[in-house]
Design a protein around this ligand. Sequence first.
Ligand SMILES: *Cc1c(COP(=O)(O)O)cnc(C)c1O
Length: 496
Amino acid sequence: MDLMYHSTRNNSIKVTASQAILQGLSPDGGLFVPESIPRLTTPIADLAKMNYLELAYEVLKLYLTDYTEEEIKECISKAYDDKFDTPDIAPLNKVGELYYLELFHGATIAFKDMALSILPHLLTTAARKNKISDEIVILTATSGDTGKAALAGFADVEGTKIIVFYPKDGVSSVQEKQMVTQKGDNTYVIGIRGNFDDAQTGVKKIFGDRDLEERMSKAGYRFSSANSINIGRLLPQIVYYIYSYVELYRRNEILAGEKIKFVVPTGNFGNILAAYYAKQMGLPVEKLICASNDNKVLYDFFQTGIYDRNREFILTISPSMDILVSSNLERLIYHIAGEDPDKTLELMNALTSTGRYEISFDMRKKLDCFIGGYATVDETMSAIHRVYTDSGYVLDTHTAVAASVYSKYLNNKKDRSTSVIVSTASPYKFAESVLGAIGVKNLPEDDYEQAILLREISGIEIPSAMEEIHLADIRHNTVCETGRMRAKVEEILKII
Ligand SMILES: *Cc1c(COP(=O)(O)O)cnc(C)c1O
C-alpha cells in the first residue's frame, strides 16, 4: 500500500508521493502532507554503518513509496555527488561544547542545496512515472538562497524551465550575483520591486490562476514549485537530522536513545519542520529551538499562540530569514490541529483576510517540543564576534542568529544536553557582514576581495561557488513591479 499525501486544507484530495511532488501545491491552495508520518525502525547500530547516501535511501524509501528502489537510489546518487566539496555531504563540526551541522557544502554554499540538488531528479522521475509529457515550469520565489540553488539544480535539465523571482533590494550582493550570472537556456531570473513576502504571494497567486493554467496546458506547460511548499523539498531535509544523530552516536558523544536538541535558524519554517518530522519518526529529540531574526513572527507565535504578520518588514543581515509569512507553518498547524483540514483552512483564511490567527489551547499544548527565540542584528553580530574570538570558527549571519538564540537560552537554563546548531550558509556568502562583525575595518567593496580577506581570517579555502561568480557575465537583468509577475511569466512562455 502506498503512503498517500493529502492537502492540509482538504483530506479528500489524495495523491501519491510522485504526484504531490509534481504538483508542488495542492489545487485548493493547501500543502501536501503524508497521511501518516512513518516510523524509522532500523536500529541505530545499523544506521551507524551507513554513509549519507545510504541513510538518505533508508529515510526516503519510507515516504516515496510509489518510486522504485532503483529510482530513489538513482536520484540520491545524482544529487549527492562531487557537487559537494566533502564526501560527508553534511559534516558535523565540534567547536567547543557545541556541534555545528554544516549544510553549506553544496554547489551554492547554503543549505537549500541539500534538497534542491535532489528535487529536479525526484521531479523528472515523477513526470516519467505519471506519463506527463508537458514541459515543467518551475516557478520560485526566493529570499536569496533558494533561487540560486534551484537554478543550479534545474539548469539545462531536459523538459524543464525555471523562473525565479527575488526581491531586488532584499538579497546580499553575492546572492544576487549568483543568480543573475546563472547559465542555462532554460533559466529566467527576475528582480521584483517588493520584498520576499510579495514575491511568495505573487507566485502563489500565479499557481492558483486557473485561467492561466488552462492556457499553459494548451501550450504544453505545467507549473511546479521548488519552494519548500513542495513536499519534495521537505523530505530530503529530514535525512540530515537523522544523519547528525547517527554521527554523534558513531563518535560516542551520545548513547543510543539519548535526547538531543537542534537549534534552527528559521524563515519559511521548512528546515525546522523537517526536524519535527524526524522527531515524529522516532528520532530522540528533546527540543527544537526555532531561531528568528528581527522579523520575529514565529517567536511571538510560540510565546502567545497568535500568529500576526501585521508588522513592519525588517531588512536584516540574515536576509534568507527576512520573512513574515512562514509557509510551512501551515503543515505544523495541520498536525497540531489533529490532522484537521477544516480547522487549518479556517486559520489560513484568517491569515489571508486579517493577517492574523490564534490557535486553541489544545493546539498550543502540542507545541511543547518547540522553543522560540530571536536575535537582533546587534546580537547576531556579537555572536559572530564571540565565536570567532573564542575558537577561530567563523559563522555566517544566519547560523549566528541560531548561535545567539542558543546562548540566550543557556543563560536562562542550566540544561547542558547535547545540542546541534544547524548551520545554513557558508560565511563566504555574507562576507561583508561577517567581516564587519569580526571587526575588520576599511572593508574592500568588491565581493572577491572580501572573500580573500575572509580566507586570511578563517583559514578556510574560498569555495568554488565564489570563484565561479567572480568573473562571470551578467545574463539576467529584468526587474518588474509585483503586479506584473504574471505578465512576465506569460511573456517568457509566450502564451497569451
Ligand atoms: C532559507 C534559509 C534559512 C531559512 O530556512 P527555512 O527553511 O526557510 O526556515 C536560513 N538560513 C539560510 C542561509 C537560508 O538560505
